[in-house]
Design a protein around this ligand. Structure first.
Ligand code: GDP
Length: 138
């Protein structure tokens, strides 16, 4: 099991000024920041990142949303990083997210849900490498 995961603080959370508060929760959760930057994704790049969801009915909305403003992308390190981070962010739909999770606190809806977390070690590596060169991963 790898000890790294990948996250994005999404455009809704950036717009609401929640980036700092979310980073504090990540820090308090015991994750070390191994890479981080703010990026405004083009529609093309957002579409490429979410290509696995191409056939889903919400793909167009997701691409529009993810390219609607800046995000903060980061690689995070901790033992059992992928699973522990999914626990910290909570369910995709904030209505089902547990108390104390990032989505419970900051997400407005299933689409505008404040934060991304990789769902496997394999995707964590692919997603981290999508945003960061080897020289930018510490
Ligand atoms: P995640 O792994 O918890 O992020 O969830 P998924 O991989 O299932 O979906 C990826 C992202 O697509 C979610 O985080 C949402 O931003 C978005 N999404 C998922 N379901 C819906 C939906 O029904 N409507 C819209 N607009 N967006 C959705």
């Amino acid at each position: 099991m790898s000890n790294r995961t990948f996250t994005m603080i999404k455009p809704d959370a950036t717009r609401k000024g929640n980036t700092g508060a979310i980073l504090e929760m990540i820090n308090n959760g015991g994750f070390r920041i191994a890479a981080m930057k703010m990026v405004h994704l083009s529609k093309e790049k957002a579409g490429e990142f979410y290509a696995v969801h191409k056939e889903r009915p919400f793909y167009g909305e997701l691409v529009d949303f993810m390219s609607s403003g800046p995000i903060t992308a980061a690689i995070l390190e901790k033992d059992n990083a992928v699973d522990d981070f999914r626990k910290l962010i909570g369910a995709t739909n904030p209505a089902q997210a547990e108390e104390g999770t990032i989505r419970k606190k900051f997400a407005a809806s299933i689409g505008e849900n404040a934060i991304h977390g990789s769902d496997s070690d394999e995707n964590a590596k692919i997603e981290g490498d999508f945003f960061f060169s080897k020289l930018e991963q510490f």
